[in-house]
Design a protein around this ligand. Structure first.
Ligand code: SF4
Length: 459
């Protein structure tokens, strides 16, 4: 029992987090930056931070992640990192020739108070940013927020590059939130089916789920181009998929570029996907295409065929707010019972939303969503109120093993399985995949546990 020291009795903790349900801000900023075509992320801090952020993304996406670092030593920590960042910008554009450098801060550069806009302005005036190339930035102090906040901050940094010419481009900006590259591909496919021309940013499809071609490309073909980002200020509207990951960028465009925005839930599960499809079809002024109705029908068919296996199964979840809100709604809609929910990303609206979604259940769901939310508390809740299924990232495997509960890996990070980059969980097809994973986990467990007289071939 790897977690044998977790006691069942819960005592209140204020100053200690054990196995936090989040990771640090720059990881999200780096992931978002990789969704811009020709972009080299840059970590303004010490080498150790950058190495950690790159390795965290490499372990999840199974792709090499390139990023620069300001390589702070004692001198930069005392006198500030301006000289390091100016040199780094010069080196990166000279040696690697990216289209864009996306700078994010770290705990150290934030603590000493480095002023990114001022340093980038100096780099521009000193001629260190070649003509036609760009630097975007985000402040990502990791002692507040989480990887989700970092993602959101870098998305806002992208939105700050939008320009307004006064001539509308007829497109809709879609900010997908922190989803897998395959999810971004699926959002583009759905938009194409409905007939809406979109600017998706960021877009990591083709970058972090690309093919092995035998030829190394530092900057793969995919990603949102700078021309698209600049044109986002002329779009007819913005759909932000998720309050935590995407709304800040969308609201920035609304306020500064007069591009009206709407914040939707991530299109995960039947109802959230319905709302996304409905919003897109209204924008396009069309009926839902037959192909999409067909996919929706397939998802509904699986729900009705297998409902008896979902019914009243208790689930514990850990992850990020935008994903969890849609997932909890999906689980409730198929008569499963979310029982414990934790997220290390702060946000008061989260617990309220989860309680609204689970209001019809015969018990009050345990929810914690703040900086101190951790897997330790989730484990204690499970010891007091056991569940049938765990849904979340790879760190849940320790609880799964100790408590002998099946685990569906979903979210970030998934360090010990493959497939998440290639198969979407958004949209109707994504819903089918999620149900397949949930069903397989439940039915494998049933096959293992059933006595011989009820061990069935047909299920
Ligand atoms: S928490 Fe701060 S110091 Fe630690 S890796 Fe993240 S940015 Fe660096």
């Amino acid at each position: 029992m790897l977690l044998r020291h977790t006691p069942q009795e819960i005592t209140e903790r204020h100053a200690l987090t054990i196995n936090p349900a989040k990771t640090c801000q720059p990881i999200g900023a780096m992931y978002a930056a990789l969704g811009v075509h020709g972009c080299l992320p840059h970590s303004h801090g010490s080498q150790g931070c950058c190495a950690y952020h790159r390795s965290a993304l490499t372990r999840h996406y199974k792709e090499p992640i390139s990023a620069g670092t300001s390589s702070f030593t004692e001198g930069a920590s005392v006198f500030g990192g301006q000289a390091n960042l100016l040199q780094a910008i010069d080196n990166m554009f000279t040696v690697y020739e990216p289209e864009v450098v996306a700078v994010h801060t770290t705990c150290l550069s934030e603590t000493i108070g480095d002023d990114l806009p001022q340093i980038i302005d100096k780099a521009t005036k000193d001629g260190k940013i070649p003509k036609g190339k760009h630097v975007i930035y985000a402040n990502t102090p990791s002692y507040v927020g989480s990887h989700v906040t970092g993602f959101s901050n870098m998305v806002k940094g992208m939105a700050m590059k939008a320009e307004t010419t006064g001539v509308k481009n007829g497109k809709v900006n879609v900010i997908p939130g922190w989803v897998e590259p395959a999810d971004m591909e699926e959002i583009k496919r759905l938009s194409g089916l409905i007939g809406v021309d979109i600017i998706l940013f960021p877009d990591t499809s083709g970058i972090l789920n690309g093919p092995l071609s035998g030829e190394y490309k530092m900057f793969p073909e995919g990603g949102t181009t700078m021309a698209e980002l600049q044109s986002a200020g002329d779009s007819i509207g913005t759909l932000a998929l998720g309050e935590w990951c995407s709304a800040d960028g969308a609201r920035y465009l609304d306020t500064n570029n007069k591009v009206p925005c709407r914040v939707l839930d991530m299109p995960i599960g039947l109802m959230a996907t319905d709302r996304f499809v409905d919003a897109m079809r209204i924008i396009a002024g069309v009926s839902v295409p037959e192909e999409l109705s067909h996919e929706r029908g397939q998802l509904v068919d699986i729900i009705s065929d297998m409902h008896q296996y979902f019914f009243h199964k208790k689930v514990a979840l850990a992850g990020d707010p935008d994903q969890l809100i849609s997932m909890v709604e999906f689980l409730v809609s198929i008569d499963m019972c979310p029982t414990h929910v934790v997220s290390g990303t702060p946000g008061k609206a989260f617990a309220k939303r989860i309680r609204e979604l689970t209001a019809g259940l015969p018990y009050e769901v345990n929810v914690k969503c703040d900086q101190t939310a951790d897997m330790f508390l989730l484990h204690q809740w499970i010891k007091n109120e056991p569940v049938d299924l765990l849904i979340g990232n790879s760190y849940l495997k320790y609880i799964a093993r100790d408590e002998d509960i099946p685990l569906v890996r979903w979210g970030f990070p998934i360090l010990d399985r493959q497939g998440h980059q290639y198969f979407p969980t958004v949209g109707y097809k994504g819903g089918i995949r999620l149900l397949e994973k949930i069903l397989n986990a439940l039915l494998d467990r049933k096959d293992r546990d059933d006595p011989e007289q009820s061990f069935e071939l047909v299920m």
